[in-house]
Design a binder for this molecule. Sequence first.
Ligand SMILES: NC(=O)CC[C@H](N)C(=O)O
Length: 401
Amino acid sequence: MTETPTPVDERAGTVAVDLDRAVLVLEDGTRYEGRAYGARGRTLGEAVFATGMTGYQETLTDPSYAGQIVLMTAPHIGNTGMNDEDMESSRIWVAGFVVRDPSRVVSNFRSQRSLDDDLADAGIVGISGIDTRAVTRHIRALGAMRAGVFSGEEAFLSPGEQLDLVQSGEQMAGRNLSGAVSTADRYTMAATGDRVGSVAVLDLGVKTSTLNYLAERGFDVHVLPQTVTPEEVLALEPDALFFSNGPGDPSASERHVELLRSALRAGLPYFGICFGNQLLGRALGFDTYKLPFGHRGINQPVLDRATGRVEITAHNHGFAVAAPTDAVSESSQGFGRVEVSHVGLNDDVVEGLNCLDIPAFSVQYHPESAAGPHDANYLFDRFRDMVIAAKQNDPSQEAGE
Ligand SMILES: NC(=O)CC[C@H](N)C(=O)O
């Protein structure tokens, strides 16, 4: 423990130190003064904004946010506290948390703890009193950037030292974070709905709601660490494969792209969400690219091009697949024809892929919601139906198996 710094005013002697001072520093040198929130110390990461008016607990515990300092545009955060039911994984994953006005009163019949306490217990450095909408406009204009939150003794580093630290932090582009969030050991969840078969889930940062939806749709769910080999996946003889959401840059996950190609060549039906959509895109031969500031929120309009229906959906992505949205493409990797099934209506970004010649599809957004609207839950039914159809067409499957 280093000594608490004691700034000395040369003229007036020792002055009181404001130990609750905190500062948010962006890599372009912009600084925002605020108050320490959660744990005291220093954290570095990519600053991103999330626009959901509700669902801070699900956001904080979504492993896709690893390595990111999340700003909430909703001005009042923490009102409903924290509970064990809304955890989307076993812990809080954000690298840091930036809010305007933390609720002084926690009020909800399900609340078990306060957000401030949970952040402190988890060692998550946060900052409050920030005009998060102003920071959001800045990031929207200049793009996602590296940032740092400095509180406690770290708040007293010089602005130059703080900026150096921020600028020496890791870029999200090129970063592989799967090893940091994936399960170390495989585990299985039994189907809770009428049994359809089994699905191998590659845990790249999977959310609890996704696993629950798969089990409800009748799958025994084998959750596998991200280090699993194609042989190990096939040895489980699953009826289907699923790649989860997750943090990091999909272009830094070549190993998982190769795993997916082997499984697709073996004929396994596939469904992917978010990171799993980006990895399907890459497996088929498309590139992925970094969006200027990403989509993070729970009211993003998406067009289902097959039905013309617009869904209001939950998003959390900073990268996207580069595929033509207006025509069917041919996979350069030999997987046949591919169409963009869903498009974001705010910016025409690819939000879903559908393979026409193999049983595989994926979406960039979050049909498991949590937090967010349930408009897109039907995709889990589509997956179940696809697996049932694939089993009926497979002569090696016994009826009823
Ligand atoms: N939620 C996710 O799976 C995010 C995928 C990827 N890390 C991105 O930011 O685009």
